[in-house]
Design a protein around this ligand. Structure first.
Ligand code: ZN
Length: 264
């Protein structure tokens, strides 16, 4: 349970087998039956939470906001309605981010992050979605992005086990594949090389959205010399935004095709 301002309200999340989330308009079509109009773009961290700090003082919160703003322009040019969870250097809890996404009636949710690792050589791009099973190596990233220590993840995994994620996670997996494929392809086209760390599953709190396909993209490592240089450049951020926009368009087209096939 938490508070939101303007207008002041209290948000209570109720988890349980018999509870079905509905929006204020009296309920929406199930996720598989719905065309894609609105994309919620979440710039990770912000305000008091800088996220990871990398080489040369590059801050994750600045990278994610720059890419989020660029992504908004590119999505609007493609006819999407776009909502940013933050459009400035604000502090937002993970709960506030998901509440904004649900309040906006989002059809897709994309959370943008940059990676960090104690090993400076670590590099590459990876995309996550929420599922009841996770790979072990996802846990370190999930702990950092959730702002908890790795040993507190057990509790989070138990929460995920109680969520109704199976229906939506199939769509999240498709969304992750579409976006990740375009991202790797786009970076390779313009930069030649990128390490593809793949599509993975992890218990990210910000992906606890019962009603829309959701992914979290780790755009590169701010702790790696080559990648921090790229992430600091506006040209590279444009390549990232354009590739993600292309991936979201591809998902929208496939969804429209599926829906058309269903009504025939
Ligand atoms: Zn992050």
């Amino acid at each position: 349970m938490f508070r939101l301002s303007s207008p002041d309200r209290v948000v209570v999340d109720v988890f349980g087998a018999s509870v079905r989330a509905t929006s204020g308009d009296g309920g929406r079509l199930p996720v598989g039956m719905r065309p894609v109009h609105t994309v919620v773009v979440d710039a990770g961290h912000g305000g008091k939470d800088p996220g990871a700090t990398g080489r040369g003082g590059l801050r994750e919160k600045d990278v994610t906001l720059a890419v989020a703003r660029e992504l908004r322009h590119r999505l609007e040019a493609r006819g999407f309605r776009v909502i940013l969870t933050r459009d400035g250097d604000q502090t937002l809890s993970l709960e506030e981010r998901t509440a904004r996404a649900e309040g906006a009636g989002g059809d897709l949710f994309v959370s943008l992050h940059a990676n960090a690792a104690p090993r400076r050589g670590a590099h590459g791009v990876e995309t996550y979605y929420l599922d009841k099973s996770h790979e072990r190596h996802s846990m370190r990233v999930a702990a950092r992005e959730n702002g908890v220590s790795p040993r507190h993840l057990d509790e989070l995994q138990r929460t995920v086990a109680g969520l109704r994620v199976s229906e939506v996670s199939e769509h999240s997996a498709r969304l992750a594949d579409a976006v990740h494929g375009e991202l790797i392809g786009g970076i390779r086209r313009d930069y030649g090389t990128i390490t593809d760390l793949g599509v993975k599953r992890g218990p990210f709190h910000v992906l606890f959205l019962s009603d829309m396909p959701s992914i979290l993209v780790e755009l590169g490592f701010v702790t790696n010399r080559g990648e921090s240089k790229r992430l600091a450049s506006s040209f590279y951020r444009d390549v990232l935004a354009e590739s993600i926009a292309r991936g979201l368009s591809r998902y929208r087209t496939r969804q429209a095709t599926r829906l058309a096939g269903r009504t025939q």
